[in-house]
Design a protein around this ligand. Sequence first.
Ligand SMILES: Cc1ncc(COP(=O)(O)O)c(C=O)c1O
Length: 434
Amino acid sequence: MNFEKSRELQRRLQKVIPGGSHTYAKGDDQWPELSPGVIERGAGCHVWDVDGNEFIEYGMGLRAVTLGHAYPDVVAAVRASLELGTNFTRPSRMELECAEAFLDIVRGAEMVKFTKDGSTATSAALKLARAYTGRSMVAICAEHPFFSYDDWFICTTTMDGGIPSETRAQTVRFNYNDIESVRALFDAHPQGIAAVFLEAARIEEPNAGFLQELQALCKKAGAVLIFDEMITGFRWGIGGAQQVYGVVPDLATFGKALANGFALSAVCGNRELMRLGSREREQDNVFLLSTTHGAETPGLAAALATMKVYREQPVIEHIYRQGERLKDGFRAAVARHGLGEHVQVMGRACNLLFATRGQQKEPSQAFRTLFLQETIRRGVLMPSLVLSYSHSDADVDRTLEAIDGALSVYARALISGPEEHLVGRPSRTVFDRW
Ligand SMILES: Cc1ncc(COP(=O)(O)O)c(C=O)c1O
């Protein structure tokens, strides 16, 4: 495979954009040196880089593209919306239609407000919780890797430059599936915690009763329970994890899959909290998501078309089915190569991840990089294992062949060392803490 044009464009990207891309997770340091640096186009679950190399991919726009790249129904709806104008001085009809369609799917919520990025939505949810409770602290789940680019979350990571130290004191952490760790925070900060923030599930499933106990504890302590459904929404089930686990939080945030990769996110929840952002109150003091581009129509058109496909077609079932096939096939290949203690496939079938361990069975970036390099050589881009409605049986079969080939190199590298096989340096994680 030749990556010549990629290299040239990567050099230019590094020169004009800090980090070389607009999402750190897409940056050069996250990938092997022998990898496509710049993508030209995508169709379904296939992408082509600027050198013309084709890949089956499992990143899917950081889990935003669940139907497939350039999905025809979505493209047609967006194209039609462009002909009608994209931004007006009064609300467009689509703002209403999109809000009603969303609330018809996310049944626990009574009101919704749209914006563009997930981070903006999660920060807005926290703002509502702070306004509602009159408190300032937020308790976040320590095992969940990302909630927002805003200070209240980033202050807990290794990239915390530029954040005032006062902000750090406002964010505390509890552990997933450990209700006592939440109780301890409420005991340590009585009347201090405005919100408890978590994904309802990530790799680990909730223990029986955990989410229910969490809800009861929040209620007792007067804190707002917020589920970040950026990943679980339109993936765990059409109505998100709250529907799957039967626990409706006070507020929830959605994004990513909501508009199949177009920019749209949402904060939603019960009317009592959401109406703090309305103008019908005597004291309308919460400035909730009021932006120029918040309801720009192509994003809303994309969401309406995406939700229609979800309602009418077995998107969720397909993603789970292909996820099961991929998980089973991957695990069988790991067993064939005797790598059970070195490569682990984890998570729910709709949201699989894998872990790579080195010679001492320690988590290893060098082996991760080698595995990515070898799957890339075989035509697959798999930073994780994000399935979409466009991944066919044939795509999954081809992926399993690539995995098998990559694992044979992995097994050899365990004997001779990864540096024997890896071209260039190992990749990094975005936050070194992870
Ligand atoms: C769980 C979760 N919450 C929030 C966000 C932030 O979303 P965005 O990148 O759209 O700001 C992400 C992004 O990866 C996420 O995974």
